[in-house]
Design a binder for this molecule. Structure first.
Ligand SMILES: CC(C)(COP(=O)(O)OP(=O)(O)OC[C@H]1O[C@@H](n2cnc3c(N)ncnc32)[C@H](O)[C@@H]1OP(=O)(O)O)[C@@H](O)C(=O)NCCC(=O)NCCS
Length: 126
């Protein structure tokens, strides 16, 4: 059963003039390392990760706030480069409350010149 879907579009230059300190408040160490490893496209990757966060929040029906920290929702990659969402802390608790523990989160990301787009589908599995 599909619990929710979310989509988000982000301007790629959104994080261009952000200090390292500000980026560290939003992104995980792993995400920043991933972006930095592709230095010429670092901001594009960060925009991708931000779009993924917002798409997840839309799919689950909650916003960042007291109970959900920016780092509770982050992107990791499998060996083929495919992105996956890692859900922790308050976001994990909220997801459990809303959908239980047998949940599969589908994430797809794309980017093109000025924009990043992410789509999330939250599926309750048996
Ligand atoms: C998958 C693939 C087609 C993506 O092409 P692309 O034009 O570079 O992708 P886009 O610019 O639209 O989007 C980039 C995002 O695609 C996602 N992505 C990368 N590899 C992916 C994969 N194997 N499967 C799904 N998504 C993938 C990533 O999230 C990436 O952004 P990020 O690195 O910042 O997280 C390309 O990486 C590829 O050919 N990989 C090798 C073959 C493969 O694994 N194919 C599986 C899908 S058919």
């Amino acid at each position: 059963m599909i619990i929710g879907t979310g989509i988000d579009l982000v301007e790629s230059d959104r994080f261009l003039d952000w200090s390292a300190f500000k980026k560290q408040r939003i992104f995980t160490k792993k995400e920043l390392e991933y972006a930095d490893a592709d230095n010429a496209n670092a901001e594009k990757h960060l925009a991708n990760f931000w779009a993924a966060r917002e798409a997840f929040l839309k799919a689950i029906g909650v916003g960042f706030g007291d109970d959900i920290a920016f780092s509770d929702v982050s992107v990791i990659h499998d060996e083929t480069g495919a992105p996956e969402l890692l859900i922790a802390g308050g976001a994990k608790a909220y997801l459990k409350e809303k959908a239980g523990t047998n949940v599969k989160i589908h994430l797809s990301i794309t980017d093109q010149s000025d924009y990043s787009l992410a789509m999330v589908i939250i599926e309750q599995v048996q």
